[in-house]
Design a protein around this ligand. Structure first.
Ligand code: VG1
Ligand code: CO
Length: 544
């Protein structure tokens, strides 16, 4: 008989899951008594965990192992019938999504704070994915949040920690625990979608690549796929071992934080292709020799070339992008006569469209792209998609992008992040902007005429669920856009994101530096929002 303890606890009121689950400083999870336990018990109560089969894994950051042991003991005490857990507790976010779907489980728990730094001084997070493989919808996360506000006890099995280093099956009481290979199912899925032989041929032809796993979860996936299966030389994957603190790196693949990769790709002897992923493996960054692919362009290029890929050769149902993502995808959809949906930020909004076969491909400006092969964005999938395109076209990354611009026009695009600003100042800025919105229509700034200005709200075409306050948009007559929103994933102060976009159909004008091309719009954004004055900053912390 399993020795189950019912432990008294006190509720918290700060466990509201954001865009991608509950994210907090690691110290909050580590030092607040029962912080994790309260959330997990609330989750188990909401999904009625008894008799269920769940997937469990995380990105290997500090506290991953401890959290997994706690969750296993709590699952056993709550009557969960089976858990599929990644070996050593490791599973990337897209891998969890795949396993949930493939084995038709009742959902999965992902331990990660995604692209946020890890370690004892970094961040930790937990989120629940539903049986479709995607992030839980708001109805579920709100119910969990409500439960955390009046929880009084949680259940946990009084058993020693279990060994997760071997691929075996054992039980804790009546619950069976299958320790599964973290990468095998994912690799099999990638093989079904992409032409591994064609990519292997490309890599044999003298084409060179580098992949930076940033000491996060994708290392083992990347070594298996790029080196072992596709034949890239050993050492192609750098920072390949998942470390609890990511080796001090910030596993956010962008021009600021993936610095070593960017420097390598802009060096004289740069390889032909460079890529990176984030902490939990759902984001991607792609570079060519001395050339950065803007994520919004990347999604458009994947859509435009989908017919070259085995997994998509029968056509696409439709495509979708988050609202702040550039309209480059819309240009492709127009040409290919596909429906394009504009959703709020966050992957969960794509799920219902995919489940209803309304879209096949989707993406966000924040280095996220994916398809209906899973219900999360998928870093390595995006990189394989690029490699497969290059294997077919045998062009450089920059040629592929520039030819795309020539055909569809270029959407100059940039995101300016003001990270860790005072929350009050950020709120005040958003409030002020909201107030002036009605007066902006028709106004001319620096030769840009405002056509409309509003706050984005969204009604899911499938579930009819309405989501409001999803960012401020100022649209201009020439198609340019300025978007302002507050981040939902930061753990310190507030982060303001400003998204700037301008469409340039003229090939002769498509080779400007994007900051230069957007400079008038950037100054309109700064003036209108008074961001620098309100937050006491001279400029953004991250420019993409
Ligand atoms: C950010 C991105 C958003 C993404 C989210 C989760 O959210 O902007 O596009 O869906 O992170 O990504 P925010 O609210 O901080 O802008 V991940 O890789 O953390 O799962
Ligand atoms: Co992520």
């Amino acid at each position: 008989m399993l020795n189950i303890e019912e432990v008294a606890t006190r509720p918290f009121n700060d466990q509201k899951p954001g865009t991608s689950g509950l994210r907090k400083k690691t110290a909050v999870f580590e030092n607040t008594p029962n912080y994790l336990e309260n959330f997990v018990q609330s989750l188990f109560d909401v999904i009625d965990a008894s008799g269920k089969t769940l997937v469990l894994g995380g990105d290997g950051r500090y506290f991953n192992n401890q959290a997994i042991q706690t969750i296993l003991k709590m699952a056993a005490a709550n009557g969960v019938s089976q858990i599929l857990v990644g070996r050593n507790g490791l599973l990337s976010t897209p891998a969890v999504s795949n396993i949930i779907r493939k084995y038709e489980t009742d959902g999965g728990i992902i331990l990660s704070a995604s692209h946020n730094p890890g370690g004892q001084d970094g961040d930790f997070g937990i989120k629940f994915n539903t049986p479709n493989g995607g992030p839980a919808p708001e109805a579920v996360t709100n119910a969990i949040f409500e439960a955390t506000k009046d929880i009084r006890t949680f259940k946990i099995a009084n058993v020693p920690d279990v060994d997760l280093s071997q691929l075996t099956t054992f039980s804790i009481g009546d619950m069976s625990v299958n320790v599964i290979d973290s990468v095998a199912d994912y690799v099999e899925l990638m093989r079904q979608i992409f032409d591994f032989d064609a990519i292997a041929d490309l890599l044999k032809s003298g084409f060179t690549m580098t992949y930076d796993a940033l000491n996060a979860v994708t290392g083992p996936y990347a070594v298996e796929i790029f080196e072992n299966q596709l034949g890239a030389p050993k050492g192609t994957v750098v920072n390949a071992v998942p470390l609890p603190d990511f080796g001090g790196l910030h596993p956010d693949p962008n021009l600021t934080y993936a610095k070593a990769l960017v420097e390598r790709m802009y060096a004289a002897d740069a390889p032909d292709f460079g890529a990176a992923s984030d902490g939990d493996g759902d984001r991607n960054m792609v570079l060519g020799k001395g050339f950065f692919v803007n994520p919004s362009d990347s999604i458009a290029i994947l859509a435009a070339n989908a017919s070259l890929i085995k997994g998509y050769k029968n056509g696409l149902f439709g495509v979708a992008r988050s609202m702040p993502t550039s309209c480059a995808l819309d240009k492709v959809a127009e040409k290919l006569k596909l429906n394009v949906y504009e959703t709020p930020t966050g992957w969960k909004f794509f799920g219902s469209l995919m489940d209803a076969d309304m879209i096949t491909l989707c993406g966000e400006e924040s280095f996220g792209a994916g398809s209906n092969h899973v219900r999360e964005k998928d870093g390595i999938w995006s990189i394989l998609f690029w490699l497969n395109i290059l294997a077919v076209k045998r062009q450089s990354v920059s040629d592929v992008v520039q030819n795309h611009w020539k055909q569809f026009g270029r959407n100059y695009y940039s995101r300016h992040d003001y990270e860790g600003v005072e929350a009050d100042a950020a709120q005040q800025m958003m409030r002020r902007l909201t107030e002036i919105l009605p007066s902006l229509s028709g106004k001319v700034f620096n030769a840009y005429t405002v056509s409309s200005a509003d706050e984005f709200s969204y009604t899911d075409p499938v579930t009819k669920e309405k989501t409001e306050h999803q960012g401020i948009r100022i649209l201009f007559k020439d198609g340019s856009r300025l978007i302002f929103r507050l981040s939902g994933t930061g753990t310190q102060g507030a982060t303001v994101r400003i998204y700037i976009e301008k469409y340039e159909p003229d090939f002769a004008k498509q080779n400007m530096d994007s900051q230069e091309a957007l400079k008038d719009l950037i100054s309109i954004a700064v003036d209108l929002s008074e961001i620098q004055k309100l937050t006491h900053r001279d400029g953004p912390t991250v420019i993409t």
